[in-house]
Design a protein around this ligand. Structure first.
Ligand code: SF4
Length: 339
């Protein structure tokens, strides 16, 4: 711990970039820089930071601006919800805190859009309070240096990294320590091609010793959820039986029976179709591991696109035909109105 702690600060003293938010302990300016730099590169965010500070030198002036003015200044940074949140938080500080930033970690966490990372950054940089920041750079440095294989975004990994970051923190100079480890991750222990050959902790770095630099940190891949929009057509014959079709291969529910289906590519197409339909039962949501289905059941007398393999079934006939849970849920709620 001590070796890394000291090496980080020495490295930082000779390698740090000269960035304007490092020359201030004004919580407003630090908060501004943190919000602007979320999902934004330093060189891209820098002119925005300067523009915001010169237009709104303090939080009360930012709060007094209109949302349109703030968004105009934000233009080009993307993620406009961040711009709107920035303005809303400024107004919260103006109204609830008389324009004065909270000066504790817990107090900062009560601000809109301020999570544990931003609260620790403001608490340490503005007030030199001993709270360890953990951003992507810190995760990477800790994971590689200590050889932690637990995924950084897993419930198992998070407490391990939090405990390590806390233990490593220089209690006597948290602001310098936090800046140093983040800068080290950004410039030296980079995601791709870290500069190991010139690294001050090369001999004690676990990842380097064990040839794991390219493997760490480990991050769990988020499962991509596909959204699907289904409209089921409730078509009855003279015996009041309902039309069903069997689902084909290479998709969910192969071989199960469902009402004749139209699938829409997106929500807009779905909405425009539904605008003049009689919908039974409103919206049904059905969640599968990799899919989220939004389904509607409609009665459309003009619809006539049934396949030749359609069969008509009543409730008794359905006993012998397997149906997806979604269709089952609909029938449980609405079969009285149909049969
Ligand atoms: S030796 Fe390489 S992987 Fe280890 S801390 Fe230094 S730069 Fe990072």
């Amino acid at each position: 711990m001590q070796v890394l702690r000291q090496a980080l600060q020495e490295w930082y003293n000779s390698h740090q970039r000269d960035l304007p938010w490092r020359h201030t302990n004004d919580p407003y300016a630090i908060w501004l820089s943190e919000i602007i730099l979320q999902q934004t590169r330093v060189d891209q965010g820098l002119p925005y930071y300067q523009r915001f500070l010169s237009n709104y030198p303090d939080v009360l002036q930012l709060a007094a601006a209109t949302q349109q003015e703030v968004l105009n200044l934000w233009q080009g940074l993307g993620y406009y919800s961040r711009g709107r949140n920035l303005h809303a938080t400024a107004q919260q500080i103006a109204q609830d805190y008389s324009g004065v930033f909270p000066d504790t970690h817990e107090g900062l966490l009560k601000l809109k859009g301020v999570g544990p990372y931003t609260a620790a950054a403001i608490a340490s940089f503005a007030y030199n309070l001993p709270h360890a920041v953990i951003d992507g750079n810190v995760f990477r440095v800790l994971s590689r240096y200590f050889g932690i294989e637990a995924p950084i975004n897993s419930t198992e990994g998070k407490p391990i990294f939090e405990a390590l970051a806390k233990e490593l923190l220089d209690q006597g100079n948290p602001a310098l320590h936090n800046q140093a480890i983040m800068e080290f991750g950004a410039l030296q222990c980079k995601p791709v091609s870290p500069n190991c050959s010139a690294c001050p902790v090369l001999t004690t770095c676990s990842a380097h010793r064990n040839n794991q630099v390219a493997l760490l940190p480990i991050k769990l891949k988020k499962v991509k959820v596909r959204k699907r929009f289904f409209v089921y057509h409730l078509q009855q014959n003279a015996q009041k039986q309902l039309a069903f079709q069997k689902r084909g291969p290479k998709d969910i529910w192969e071989g199960l029976f469902e009402f004749p289906l139209t699938e829409f590519a997106d929500e807009n197409q779905l909405k425009s179709y539904l605008a003049d339909q009689i919908i039974i039962g409103g919206r049904f949501q059905h969640i599968l591991t990799h899919q989220r289905i939004e389904a509607y059941f409609v009665v459309d007398p003009n619809w006539n696109q049934m396949h030749s393999d359609v069969i008509f079934l009543d409730l008794a006939g359905l006993q012998d035909h397997p149906i997806p849970r979604l269709i089952d849920k609909f029938l449980i709620a609405h079969s009285n109105e149909l049969f």
